[in-house]
Write a protein that binds this ligand. Structure first.
Ligand code: ATP
Ligand code: MG
Length: 412
């Protein structure tokens, strides 16, 4: 709230006397002293007015969702989503005009959970119509209003419940919410793959998603959206491992790795899941490579084997596969022998220390040797590469060129 970027946006929005509030996640996370990434602000002004006010203050405006009454203000690296409070006059029946101060209560009532229905004025006054602060303190994730009604209005909230429970909750989960989720799980297939994926991956980024995923499975919530989640224990093992290795912070790649840990699929199964969740081609390939690897990483091999596998997979994929294999192994045998642990650690360290190497010859070298442009160039390079890997990446450019020349000559 005190950041100059925030002050600038607030000053612009209130320049002509409008009342604005910080809303939702930023208030919640500020109260918890967690880092605030995006700031949502609510105002009574219409989007056109908001744009005019921001432009008058020379603040960059991106019309992200004018149709939903949202514009984004960009100051430096900070983004502010500014939403116009909607007046659903029809829901008020004959009461044609909604009193000004009631708008906030109305807006709060549309939000999903009490901890997400917090408002804060620019000078720090909190507005908490549903006891969200108390719930936040007790780590209770509770619906605003009747859970069943709220899920029927928007089925995504069913998944949001588990996501927010994983990030903000403490056992036991709210009984009414859980009962409604169980009851209405059959509505989940009406959600688009993108929306399901968004929630599932955000859930995976929670400190420990495994118990929540297990809870979802028990409640019958997973059967329709993620029936592939057959190895939740392995996910638990992976999370424990990440903690031991001091890498509990999870980025997008980490969320995908965690999802892969929970999946019991072959490669076509992983691809089918990725297609259903509308993942990008890059994510799809990564998920399949992680959930259904072509072959296991060699744990007790020599340095040369390790370098060959690292080169083939790339350090990120290699590292992720080592972690998954390690987690699975712990799931199988419980505690690992000390030398096995050391071996796995060695592989992770090797991935972290890996200096990329590049085949010292290129396609144009083959062409310069008289090989006609076409598939033959790629075949020759692959042959040289195999030879080069077999020699532990030692041959330099001169040797590789000589090898290429020899192969090219032999091939005619
Ligand atoms: P995050 O840090 O994950 O972004 P957030 O609280 O900002 O958390 P968003 O999904 O960005 O979550 O939503 C912003 C706010 O909008 C929420 O805090 C909530 O008040 C409201 N909201 C979002 N989606 C819904 C929904 N499906 N139903 C009701 N309210 C919602
Ligand atoms: Mg948000």
């Amino acid at each position: 709230m005190t950041a100059p970027e925030t002050r600038a946006v607030i000053a612009a929005l209130t320049a002509e006397g409008a009342t604005v509030r910080f809303v939702g996640g930023c208030v919640r996370d500020a109260l918890l002293e967690r880092p605030v990434t995006d700031v949502d602000i609510a105002t009574h002004d219409e989007p056109e007015k908001v744009i005019a006010l921001l432009e008058a203050a020379a603040i960059r405006v991106v019309p992200t969702g004018i149709a939903h009454g949202t514009v984004t203000a960009v100051v430096g690296k900070a983004h502010f989503e500014i939403t116009t409070l909607r007046l659903d006059v029809e829901t008020f029946g004959r009461r044609a005009r909604v009193a000004f101060t009631n708008d906030w209560a109305l807006d709060a009532a549309r939000r999903d959970f009490t901890i997400n229905a917090l408002f804060c004025s620019p000078d720090g006054e909190l507005f908490d119509p549903f006891g969200g602060i108390e719930d936040l303190r007790a780590r209770r994730v509770r619906f605003v209003g009747q859970a069943e009604d709220r899920i029927r209005e928007d089925v995504l909230r069913l998944l949001r419940f588990f996501r927010f429970y994983a990030h903000y909750g403490r056992p036991p989960p709210d009984g009414a919410a859980l009962a409604a989720c169980r009851e209405l799980a059959h509505l989940l297939p009406t959600l688009s793959g993108e929306r399901v994926a968004g929630e599932v991956l955000r859930l995976m980024a929670a400190p420990d998603p495994a118990p929540v995923l297990a809870l979802m499975a028990d409640e019958g919530v997973l059967a329709d959206i993620l029936p592939e989640a057959g190895t939740i224990a392995r996910l638990g093992g992976l999370v424990a491992l990440e903690r031991e290795l001091g890498q509990a912070k999870v980025d997008a790649g980490g969320a995908l790795r965690r999802l892969a840990a929970a999946l019991q699929v072959d490669a076509p199964g992983a691809e089918e899941l990725a297609a259903r969740l509308r993942l990008s081609n890059v994510e799809k390939a990564r998920l399949a490579a992680l959930a259904a690897p072509a072959k296991p990483v060699t744990v007790t091999g020599d340095d040369k084997t390790r370098r060959r596998e690292l080169y083939g997979l790339g350090p990120e994929l290699y590292r992720d596969l080592v972690m998954l294999q390690w987690a699975a192994r712990r799931g199988e045998v419980g505690e690992l022998a000390r030398d096995e642990v050391a071996a796995y650690r060695g592989l992770v360290e090797a991935a972290d220390a890996w200096e990329p190497v590049q085949l010292p010859v290129k396609g144009r070298d083959a062409v310069a040797l008289g090989v006609p442009k076409g598939p033959r160039v790629g075949e020759l390079l692959q042959e040289v590469e195999r030879w080069w890997i077999e020699r532990d990446f030692r041959p330099g450019r001169a040797e590789c060129l000589a090898k290429l020349e020899k192969l090219a000559a032999r091939g005619g």
